[in-house]
Design a protein around this ligand. Structure first.
Ligand SMILES: NC(=O)c1ccc[n+]([C@@H]2O[C@H](COP(=O)([O-])OP(=O)(O)OC[C@H]3O[C@@H](n4cnc5c(N)ncnc54)[C@H](OP(=O)(O)O)[C@@H]3O)[C@@H](O)[C@H]2O)c1
Length: 264
């Protein structure tokens, strides 16, 4: 039996966990940060919450005898990816990154690309009046000091009592979002600019398409640097990698035991 830890928090991680659990002799564990309380997990063993930095992750990997690590976290969750890379290297564990493709600029798009949320906030001050902020609860504080812009903030869960939030309205919703609804929302609130992370994927792309069709600017936050290492961009390729690896590990275990028997 080989034990696989999937670092999740994405739709792809959950899909991979479900499919990997059907592979013989592979036991799957899925770990999520627990950023939303309403998340639905569909695989057997799931752990929620941080490990306690690299030392905590190393301890978990050792205590739970993990053989294989797949980092299928959100493309903006760069810290946990770095921790995974360091811990896997330390323990000599095979590690794969599953990273969904990013959205690409298309004809008709009006993107202002920035390399951080902080720079997104800076660039807005001169470029926008009514902004649709689709960056997640953790990041809205970066816009809270701006007082000459009205913000429409879409969050999965309501802000916490002591969260600092920008001037404007909060709506609660979670993807996937439909193009027609996104267009209605942008028109209803007279939005002139959207702020989005380049998360990629289908679930939240409708706002980007809507912006293109309505001639609305997008301040697009480019992805952070992720650690080096083997990577795939879809669940099927991650499964293929896993199967190949499992077979290779299986063969080396058989070879190891046959050597012991021969030596007797
Ligand atoms: N994490 C998600 O599920 C998620 C989903 C959607 C979007 N994002 C976006 O990614 C950006 C950074 O988010 P973030 O703070 O969650 O990530 P992060 O900055 O990479 O991670 C911060 C800490 O959260 C814990 N953590 C993250 N992912 C984990 C996992 N799969 N299992 C266990 N612990 C995990 C780790 O704590 P320890 O150091 O204590 O181990 C990690 O050091 C934000 O822009 C956020 O909106 C994240």
């Amino acid at each position: 039996m080989k034990r696989l830890l999937i670092l999740g928090g994405t739709k792809e991680a959950s899909q991979l966990a479900i499919k990997a659990a059907t592979i013989s002799n592979v036991e799957v564990r899925l770990s999520v940060a627990g950023r939303t309380t309403q998340a639905r997990y569909q695989v057997g063993v799931t752990r929620v919450g941080g490990f306690g930095g690299v030392p905590g992750l190393i301890k978990y990997l050792q205590d739970d005898a993990i053989d294989i690590l797949i980092d299928a976290t959100h493309p903006f969750a760069a810290k946990i990816s770095l921790h995974a890379a360091v811990a896997a290297k330390e323990l000599d564990l095979p590690r794969l990154m599953l990273i969904r493709p990013e959205w690409l600029l298309q004809a008709g798009d009006n993107w202002l690309e920035v390399d951080s949320i902080i720079n997104a906030a800076k660039i807005l001050e001169e470029n926008a009046k009514r902004v649709f902020l689709a960056v997640g609860r953790q990041q809205i504080i970066h816009f809270a000091y701006i007082d000459n812009i009205w913000f429409l903030m879409r969050l999965i869960e309501p802000p916490k009592q002591d969260d600092l939030i920008p001037k404007g309205s909060v709506i609660l919703d979670r993807g996937p979002f439909k193009l027609i609804k996104e267009k209605e929302l942008l028109i209803e609130h007279q939005i002139d600019t959207i702020v989005s992370k380049n998360s990629g994927g289908d679930a939240t792309i409708a706002k980007i398409t809507a912006a293109r069709e309505l001639g609305i600017k997008v301040v697009m936050v480019n992805r952070p640097q992720l650690p080096l290492g083997e990577r795939v961009n879809n669940v099927e390729d991650a499964l293929r990698w896993l199967l190949l690896l499992k077979n290779a590990l299986w063969c080396s275990s058989l070879f190891f035991f046959s050597q012991i028997l021969l030596a007797r």
